[in-house]
Design a protein. Structure first.
Length: 197
């Protein structure tokens, strides 16, 4: 698939077109096998024009990755947080897995192909927003009597983020094998641990 023609992204700025093409090329070929010259060629600009927008290849890669991870976050947690209740955890985990293929650069990192970026997922906006959303959902669950009152919502949200990221890494690296069983087991664990008795 060639994304290079300027008409492919008529509403985007040059910077956005660079990020679109870069995300696609980095996801398909990896960081080491993707050149700025190839990205520039697809966007129909000179390689030196890339430096007007970015300091270098690493900055392009990180910007493309951060944008894609943010979009995945928007797809999963960009809506109004729901109160934790029956089926909540299974729905959240299935939602994450459903949307992940739309963000192949993030899937590439989770799959271990770009290990230096895992810390960016853990410390980035995606994880921060995930924790905040889970904390709000837990609070709403407490307000309607579905979640225990004696929990530290922030600590539980951190634990949930950790479990979800581990689940994603395992799901991507195992190519989905055992995914449904894991979703059910994690959902059951969370329900048992957090439900009011």
């Amino acid at each position: 698939m060639t994304l290079g023609a300027p008409t492919d992204f008529p509403e985007h700025s040059t910077r956005e077109r660079l990020l679109d093409v870069a995300a696609h090329r980095f996801a398909e070929h990896g960081y080491r096998q993707t050149s700025l010259a190839a990205i520039a060629r697809e966007v129909a600009i000179t390689p030196s024009a890339v430096y007007f927008h970015f300091a270098g290849k690493e900055e392009v890669f990180l910007a493309a990755f951060d944008r894609e991870a943010g979009r995945l976050g928007d797809a999963i947690i960009g809506r109004e947080p729901q109160a934790v209740g029956d089926g909540y955890w299974n729905a959240v985990l299935n939602d994450v897995v459903k949307h992940l293929p739309e963000y192949p650069l993030v899937a590439r990192v989770l799959g271990g192909a770009e290990p230096e970026l895992m810390s960016r997922i853990v410390a980035g906006e995606f994880s921060t927003r995930l924790r905040a959303t889970v904390a709000v959902s837990l609070r709403k669950g407490q307000e309607v009597g579905r979640v225990r009152m004696d929990i530290d919502r922030d600590r539980v949200a951190l634990a949930v983020e950790t479990i979800m990221l581990a689940f994603l890494v395992m799901t991507v690296q195992a190519r989905g094998v055992g995914r449904d069983e894991r979703v059910g087991a994690i959902g059951e664990l969370m329900q048992l641990a957090l439900s009011r008795r």
